[in-house]
Design a protein around this ligand. Structure first.
Ligand code: SAH
Length: 261
């Protein structure tokens, strides 16, 4: 008999356990389960989502940094067998699990490392056709926001360069134990058919990050470090501020900078 002892929530690991079974089920149902046979859940905690993911006809792997949660999972979900990894998602080489195969990522994520989870996913996107899960509401909204919005920024542009991003629903803080300070939001990312950029990727990241570092300035001012030619700087795009540029505009801008000499 597994013990009923609950995992003690640890703040430094961003632990806020979801109490609402209906919401857990709704999150577990966000993935399409098309085009991949494996799912990786980040931060399963006591397995509130895992339980519903295990009902799917896919193979579920879970990665959890907290040894207390790992013992709980081993006791309560013996069917996970050897697919529980006591590791840091940000540091672990996921090909030790997937060996080049495609997999979806899901979870009620640790909010203290939200952006880093997204950035790592973008790095390994050739293996990740779908990503869904819960972040702080503000972060989920930011990832999905479009140009012209106040919250449109680095995370929006970089994510949407490779994925279609859709905000699905809001989850109130009251359904967590302990409740976080802010509400949460669930989103889904579906990888674009063409997830390679038609410009230099490193330069694209640098242009987007540098542009948004001074979001009130025109790109002509904020992108000075690129030593652009006068000819290029005369292009009307440089009179704009970063939040006015769509993802495609940023890609075109990067190509212009790349070809400037
Ligand atoms: N999914 C559970 C727990 C959410 S809290 C639920 O909904 O109730 C976030 C979980 O992520 C915690 O269990 C925490 O231990 C785990 N976690 C935190 N940092 C992590 C990391 N770097 N890698 C893997 N898991 C991590």
């Amino acid at each position: 008999m597994p013990s009923n002892k609950q995992v003690r929530a640890k703040k430094h690991l961003g632990q806020h356990f979801l109490k609402d079974e209906n919401i857990a089920q709704k999150i577990a149902n966000t993935l399409s389960l098309n085009s991949y046979k494996d799912i990786l859940e980040i931060g399963p905690g006591m397995g509130v989502l895992t339980k519903y993911l295990l009902e799917k006809k896919t193979s579920i792997h879970v990665i959890e940094i907290d040894s207390e949660s790992v013992s709980y999972l081993k006791n309560h979900y013996p069917q996970l067998e050897n697919r529980i990894y006591e590791e840091d998602f940000l540091k672990y080489d996921l090909n030790k699990i997937f060996n080049g195969r495609s997999f979806a990522i899901t979870g009620n994520f640790p909010y203290n490392i939200s952006s880093q989870i997204v950035f790592k996913t973008l790095e390994i996107r050739s293996q990740v056709p779908e990503f869904s899960g819960m972040f702080q509401k503000e972060v989920a909204q930011r990832i999905c926001s479009k140009e012209g919005s106040k919250i449109y920024g680095i995370l929006s542009v970089l994510t949407q360069a490779f994925y279609e991003a859709e905000y699905l629903f809001t989850v109130p803080s009251s359904v967590f134990n302990p409740p976080p300070k802010v509400d949460s939001g669930v989103l889904i990312l579906k990888r674009k058919e063409n997830y390679l950029l038609p410009c230099d990727e490193q330069l694209f990241y640098k242009v987007v990050k540098t542009g948004f570092q001074q979001r009130r300035k025109t790109l002509r001012n904020s992108l000075k470090i690129f030593n652009l030619s006068d000819n290029l700087k005369a292009n009307a795009i440089f009179g704009k501020r970063p939040e006015q540029l769509s993802v495609t505009d940023f890609i075109n801008l990067t190509a212009l900078i790349q070809n400037d000499n």
